[in-house]
Design a protein around this ligand. Structure first.
Ligand code: HEM
Length: 412
């Protein structure tokens, strides 16, 4: 297949959303370093993606919010352009996700002083209690939509506890974050883009208010720790703290929801693997790693050439974009044996799903812990889990997941 046709199918059709694997394979086999008609270069091999993400000649574009895959709808493209111009004009502090060194190094270093492995470790027992609670509710009703009862409420509660958001405010974040995340999809419509901008503003305003409260009354939470962080004379500004807490919700919530939902989807589609996991829970951690590889909640990442550079032998002029198709890298037969099969005992090193290099996911271990605790609780409490309806994909390419995961369960 022509690689540009494969890309168009991948990003803009139901077929691509339903099963991107054949399109990824076709691209990797015919044009692993593809200079697309859009001007961006697309990478599908694991080693090329890793090399790009670790190469400091490539970084974040200073046009944050601009899509790498141009919208097929000119009106949506125009709205995006206006939104980018407005965010530049407002000069709001940017979160680490969009920064390059030295600003990224400084801000990530300060954030890492508060978001420590110890904090994640402390949360582990709370995650375990929460997982038991949501799974108990699920089993009591004989099942239902796993996303509604488990995969949405748990990650939002975890980030809520981590950051220090009062429990009464957790539920509103589901729709706010889902609406704002829709804005990063290449196929976002004009209405979705406007709604996304409004939701982002609302989340921003919420954290500005919460920050003011924490200044007056510090607690044992990340928000208070971020306020207290100091490195020499340096500390995080209020704007930076608001940007980073907003980012934690945006980056850490729906991704983890989809890890749990995609995990159940993968097990339902591979019943022998579900049986093996139920028979041997010591496979939990490799099983979560395999879900991340086989059906990654984040399907692509990208960088811009900060100077004239090259990748995999191809010259990349300054300013050009290079997209790493994470879902394709995770199925690269040069890196994973029999890559199309879902094998929960696989132990071939981490997939590309948390990226690589300086922007490597700050919440990777937290997400893994959430995945492991949910499946541990399901194994402990459910004798059987069966699919109870269609598993439909959400029309999203960047953040890949299901719109619902209906199942019936019987208790142990
Ligand atoms: C399965 C769940 C998750 C996946 C697949 C995932 C994936 C990713 C990826 C691919 C990146 C790199 C983005 C880039 O290079 O542009 C990233 C960055 C990031 N993630 Fe995650 N993430 C997950 C969960 C979380 C959680 C739970 C948190 C926090 C509580 C989190 C916080 C972050 C932050 C702060 C960054 C930015 C790091 C930087 O730019 O230096 N993520 N994540």
């Amino acid at each position: 297949m022509d690689p540009d046709d494969a890309l168009a199918k991948l990003f803009f059709t139901d077929e691509g959303i339903a099963d991107p694997a054949p399109l990824y394979r076709s691209m990797r086999e015919t044009a692993p370093v593809h200079h697309s008609a859009t001007g961006a270069i697309f990478l599908t091999r694991f080693d090329d993606c890793r090399e790009l993400l670790r190469d400091n000649r490539f970084g974040k574009s200073n046009r944050a919010g601009e899509p790498l895959i141009p919208s097929s709808d000119p009106a949506a493209a125009e709205v995006r352009k206006q939104q980018v111009a407005q965010s530049i004009a407002e000069k709001r502090p940017t979160s680490i996700l969009f920064l390059n060194p030295p600003h990224h190094t400084r801000q990530r270093g300060l954030v890492a002083r508060a978001f420590t492995p110890r904090r994640v470790q402390q949360l582990r027992s709370e995650i375990s209690v929460l997982a038991d609670k949501v799974v108990d509710e699920f089993v009591e009703t004989g099942g239902g939509d796993l996303l509604d009862v488990i995969a949405f409420p748990l990650p939002v509660a975890v980030i809520g506890m981590l950051v220090g958001v009062p429990e009464a405010d957790w539920p509103q974040f589901r729709s706010l974050i889902t609406t704002s995340a829709a804005g990063i999809e290449p196929g976002a419509t004009v209405d979705e883009l406007h709604a996304a901008a409004a939701a982002r503003r609302e989340v921003n305003d919420y954290f500005a208010e919460l920050l003011a409260e924490r200044k007056a009354n510090p607690q044992d939470d990340l928000l208070s720790d971020l306020l207290a962080v100091k490195e020499g004379d340096d500390s995080l500004s209020d704007g930076e703290i608001i940007a980073v807490t907003t980012l934690l919700f945006a980056a850490g919530f729906e991704t983890t929801t989809n890890l749990i939902g995609n995990g159940m989807g993968a097990l339902l589609r591979n019943p022998a693997e579900m049986e093996s996991l139920w028979a041997d829970p010591s496979l939990l951690s490799t099983a979560v790693e395999e879900v991340l590889r086989w059906d990654s909640p984040v399907q692509f990442d990208a960088r811009s050439a900060l100077e004239d550079a090259d990748i995999a032998g191809v010259e990349v002029p300054k300013g050009a974009s290079v997209v790493t198709l994470i879902g394709a890298a995770n199925r690269d037969p040069e890196h994973f044996s029999d890559p199309e099969s879902f094998d929960i005992g696989r132990d071939e090193g981490p997939p590309m799903s948390f990226a690589s290099g300086i922007h490597y996911c700050l919440g990777a271990n937290l997400a893994r812990a959430e995945g492991e605790e949910v499946f541990r609780a399901l194994i402990e409490r459910c004798a059987t889990i069966e699919q109870a309806g269609e598993l439909n994909r959400r029309h999203r390419m960047t953040l890949r997941g299901y719109s619902s995961v209906p199942v019936t369960v019987t208790p142990r």
